[in-house]
Design a protein around this ligand. Structure first.
Ligand code: SAM
Length: 369
């Protein structure tokens, strides 16, 4: 079935300047307001501006990996540096850095001609697999308000560490949420358990692989969180014991994916923070796959750093607003029935999902109750 909807802005000319611009923004408003990340970007921008060799190094990688979006490139750069320091060098000293000057010797060494191969490899092949259970509070509230306790089949495309569906199935509570929606719908729906009959979590990386686990830790935590984290195992054990959720290792963009993913099977497909990493053409492929996977009464939940295109309310524009106070992390619903509208359900303070406001089409959730 053809999906009667265009998602994604047209492919535009790629410019490394967009990456540097986004780094500049993130230096001022870093994810989670973490000064360690902000000062790292500040130092990177200054090195790129002043050291031709370092500037050329990053620009060449960005040109070589043509599928990298600016937001993904910026995010991937910090995560790769964190992975090298934390996991490969077992050096946690950077966790306390708060200024560009503190970062400079470390970054200069990392990018010295003899050492830069490691960073280059990560930037050329890795995807960030940042996984945050809290992000599933929005999708859970939406599914709960649509199906109201009835059994549901749910797929999670790009599940990362695969905590979303197991956590929802086991009714693992979310952290506190400041809910500014009418009747505090998000909080009240999240109080109810969701009856997941079949859960299918899909990712191109297997979260049980030890190397993937290490990369996932570097991707999923801010330095300030890592300073406080006593053991990631303790965190993971909360999500053990799910019976109804299976994991499928598959690249959603591969030719095999359409043969591996059941069709007409799911009430909801969740796409949480996956599409921002992909080019507009790849987003189309993934959405088309999700569209085939849902039943005629099903919905796709897209949650990302995105907003509706002001000139085409059926299209999404993706941005790199990781920090910031503009509620740029949003939850959208795409459905087949009664019409193929794209609806903006919720707006979150940021990708850590601790404060939520109604989106412009929030009332669709009240109608479903
Ligand atoms: C940023 S993580 C988000 C994880 C989780 N959904 C969340 O919101 O916390 C994005 C995930 O999408 C996965 N992903 C990206 N492109 C993919 C593809 N083509 N096929 C399968 N998984 C993909 C990545 O491997 C990664 O684990």
């Amino acid at each position: 079935m053809e999906r009667p909807l265009a998602i994604g802005s047209p492919e535009s000319t790629r410019s490394f300047g967009d990456v540097v611009e986004l780094m500049r923004i993130q230096a001022k408003t870093p994810p989670g307001n973490d000064p360690c990340i902000g000062s790292c970007y500040e130092c990177l921008v200054s090195l790129i501006d002043t050291d031709e060799e370092i500037g050329d190094f990053f620009a060449r990688i960005y040109q070589e990996r043509s599928s990298l979006t600016p937001a993904h490139a910026v995010n991937l750069t910090f995560r790769s540096i964190q992975h090298i320091q934390l996991n490969l060098k077992s050096d946690r000293s950077y966790l306390d850095f708060e200024t560009s000057e503190q970062w400079r010797p470390l970054l200069v060494e990392l990018m010295a001609p003899d050492n830069r191969k490691l960073l280059e490899e990560l930037l050329l092949i890795k995807d960030t697999i940042t996984t945050v259970y809290q992000r599933y509070a929005g999708p859970k509230a939406i599914i709960s308000s649509y199906w109201n306790g009835d059994p549901v089949n749910v797929a999670d495309f790009g599940c990362g560490a695969n905590v979303g569906l197991p956590g929802i199935e086991l009714n693992v509570p979310f952290e506190a949420i400041t809910d500014e929606t009418p009747d505090q719908l998000v909080l009240s729906e999240n109080r109810k358990p969701l009856n997941i009959q079949v859960g299918l979590a899909i990712d191109k990386y297997n979260p049980e692989d030890p190397d993937v686990k290490m990369w996932s830790i570097a991707c999923s935590h801010y330095p300030k969180e890592l300073r406080e984290l006593k053991g990631d195992n303790e965190l993971a054990s909360r999500f053990k014991g799910s019976r109804n959720t299976a994991f499928l290792q598959a690249d959603l963009l591969s030719q095999q994916a359409p043969h591996m993913i059941p069709k007409n099977e799911f009430d909801a497909v969740i796409l949480s923070t996956v599409l921002y990493q992909r080019t507009p053409t790849e987003r189309e492929t993934i959405i088309t796959e999700a569209y085939k996977a849902i039943k005629s009464t099903g919905i796709i939940i897209i949650q990302d750093f995105a907003r509706k295109d002001p000139v085409n309310s059926q299209a999404l524009l993706f941005n790199g607003a990781w920090g910031g106070g503009e509620f740029g992390y949003r939850t959208f619903i795409l459905r087949k029935y009664p019409n193929a509208d794209l609806l903006e359900a919720l707006r979150w303070s940021d990708g850590r999902c601790r404060t939520v406001k109604p989106g412009e089409d929030f009332n669709v959730l009240q109608q479903e109750r």
